[in-house]
Design a protein around this ligand. Structure first.
Ligand SMILES: C[S@@+](CC[C@H](N)C(=O)[O-])C[C@H]1O[C@@H](n2cnc3c(N)ncnc32)[C@H](O)[C@@H]1O
Length: 250
């Protein structure tokens, strides 16, 4: 694979087999239900960076009032994997930083574990807000920036006989290539929380909900220190709303 190639073109099968259609407990027990609950009642939904489409398919199934679900995804391999599966939404190939949709096209935009892979988060966030209708909501799910960043993680210190959670250099912004499974290298951007909240509120949206759920206990099964790991969030959900004109500027 050359340096300019999109790694997701090579890892679509790994992604599908490892994380989707019930393969990953965290997605099944937490991520998908949480995203779905925050999009309840949104008739037109964009899943920005839809991967192989398991969230988008769930959103199609979840609501009879749903008019349309669109999955936007840059990787041809991920899209091929998505299109091969029954009960899907409409898929569009594109990147989050340049969305091929008119202003105000969606009542809900969800971006789930995608912005960590973008080198231009400001452009992606601005596009998500632009395509949001007045009164619409933007649901952003990220790996928790404070506890899951570079250098953070569980430490099993056998010499001192201690277990603790180390927090890495939280304020340092960087994109690092990480080997998430043997032979699977993906770029991850680490940024502080303010880099995600401030650009969206500067565009007139309001942060209406922040969730840091306890990791599902079934997911943590086998952990050396369950008590500690269940006190460290893996996921952060931010829900923004684009206020109706009368509420703006208050
Ligand atoms: C970790 S997967 C998550 C997929 C899906 N959102 C989910 O939760 O199952 C990240 C996805 O983001 C896509 N992606 C990476 N950079 C992107 C960008 N700039 N705009 C839109 N999608 C992007 C990748 O191709 C990949 O399919």
């Amino acid at each position: 694979m050359s340096a300019t190639e999109d790694p997701w073109e090579h890892h679509a099968t790994w992604w599908r087999e490892t994380f989707t259609n019930g393969a990953d407990l965290e997605y099944e027990l937490q991520i998908l239900p949480l995203a779905e609950s925050h999009l309840e009642g949104a008739a037109r939904v964009l899943d920005l960076g839809s991967g192989e489409g398991h969230l988008a398919r769930r959103l199609v199934r979840a609501s009879l009032e749903r008019e349309i679900v669109v999955g936007l995804e840059p990787s041809a391999a991920q899209l091929e994997s998505a299109i091969g599966q029954a009960g899907g939404p409409i898929y569009v190939r594109g990147v989050g930083e340049r969305l091929p949709f008119r202003d105000g096209s969606f009542d809900g935009v969800v971006c789930c574990l995608v912005i960590e892979h973008s080198s231009d988060p400001d452009a992606l966030l601005a596009e998500a807000v632009r395509v949001l209708a007045v009164g619409g909501r933007f649901v952003l799910l990220v790996n928790h920036p404070m506890f899951q960043g570079t250098g953070s993680g569980f430490v099993d210190d056998q010499i001192m006989g201690e277990h603790y959670w180390r927090v890495g250099p939280y304020l340092r912004e960087e994109i690092v290539s990480e080997e998430v499974d043997p032979g699977v290298w993906l770029p991850f951007a680490h940024r502080p929380l303010s880099r995600y909240v401030n650009p969206v509120t500067a565009l007139g949206c309001v942060l209406t909900r922040l969730e840091e759920p306890v990791p599902p206990l079934a997911f943590l099964e086998g952990s050396i220190d369950l008590e500690l790991e269940s006190a460290i969030p893996r996921l952060l959900l931010l829900r923004f709303e684009r206020p109706r004109a009368a509420q703006m500027g208050r």
